[in-house]
Design a protein around this ligand. Structure first.
Ligand SMILES: C[S@@+](CC[C@H](N)C(=O)[O-])C[C@H]1O[C@@H](n2cnc3c(N)ncnc32)[C@H](O)[C@@H]1O
Length: 200
C-alpha cells in the first residue's frame, strides 16, 4: 500500500528496521486494546503513518515541532522522524511501561534521529499545544476527549495541522467537534484511516 517509490534507499531501509522492531508484541508493555490509566492502548499501523508523512511532506517546514498525543511505544514518533528531515518530534505518554519502552528503542536509533526525538512521561493535557506546528492524535485514545478537544480548539496556533488517526471515523461527528476552529483538508487516499485538519 505504501508508495515506496517516494522513499530514498536509506529511508526505506530505516523504516524496514523500525517495522521489524514493532512487528512482534513485547512483554514489557501493555497488550493492544488494554485499558490504561488515561486511555486505551492501540498502536498505529506504521505503513499508514508513513503514507501520511509522505503526503504531508510539502506542508512540513524545516525545524517544525510535532507532538504525538499519547505516544504509546513511540512508533509514530520514530516513523515521522525518519520521513520528515530537520523536524523535532515529541511524544507524550502517561503509561510508564510504554514510555520506558519508547525510551529503550530510542537508545538504538541513529544519533541524527536521536537528537530530534523526545519522550515525556506525563499527562498531555498539561502540555502547551501552542508550541507545536503539527499534532498527531489517535482518535479515541484518551478517556478525557472533551478536555482534549477544548484545548485543541483554544490553544493550537493558526495554520497548525492536526492529524486524526483512526479507521472508520465519523466525519460528521468530527465536524461538530472541530469545525469551529479547524477545516478539513480533503484527501480520499488517506480518509479510510485518517483526517487532516488545519487550524483556521
Ligand atoms: C490509541 S494509543 C496510541 C498510541 C500511539 N500514538 C500510536 O498511534 O501508536 C493512545 C495512547 O494515549 C495514551 N494517553 C491517553 N490519554 C493520555 C493523556 N492524557 N496523557 C498522556 N497519555 C495519554 C494512552 O496511555 C495510550 O498509550
Amino acid at each position: 500500500m505504501l508508495k515506496t517509490i517516494f522513499l530514498s534507499k536509506e529511508e526505506s531501509s530505516t523504516l524496514k528496521s523500525l517495522k521489524t522492531v514493532f512487528s512482534s508484541p513485547s512483554k514489557e508493555i501493555p497488550e493492544e486494546y488494554d485499558l490504561l490509566e488515561k486511555g486505551q492502548y492501540v498502536g498505529s499501523n506504521i505503513d499508514e503513518v508513513a503514507q501520511l508523512a509522505l503526503l504531508l511532506r510539502p506542508w512540513v517546514k524545516p525545524n517544525a515541532h510535532v507532538l504525538d498525543l499519547g505516544s504509546g511505544d513511540g512508533r509514530v514518533v520514530f516513523t515521522l522522524a525518519i520521513l520528515w528531515k530537520n523536524v523535532y518530534i515529541t511524544g507524550i505518554e502517561y503509561n510508564s511501561a510504554l514510555f520506558k519502552y519508547s525510551q529503550k528503542i530510542k537508545e538504538n536509533i541513529s544519533p541524527e534521529l536521536k537528537k530530534r526525538v523526545k519522550f515525556f512521561k506525563k499527562d498531555f493535557l498539561e502540555e502547551d499545544f501552542g508550541l507545536y506546528d503539527i499534532i498527531f492524535y489517535y482518535y479515541w485514545g484518551t478517556w478525557e476527549e472533551d478536555k482534549l478537544v477544548e484545548k485543541l480548539n483554544k490553544e493550537v496556533n493558526t495554520k497548525a495541522l492536526l492529524i486524526l488517526y483512526g479507521h472508520g471515523m465519523d466525519k460528521t461527528k468530527l465536524e461538530k467537534n472541530f469545525l469551529q476552529a479547524y477545516k478539513f483538508i480533503e484527501n480520499p487516499e488517506i480518509e479510510p484511516f485518517a483526517c487532516i485538519l488545519v487550524k483556521i
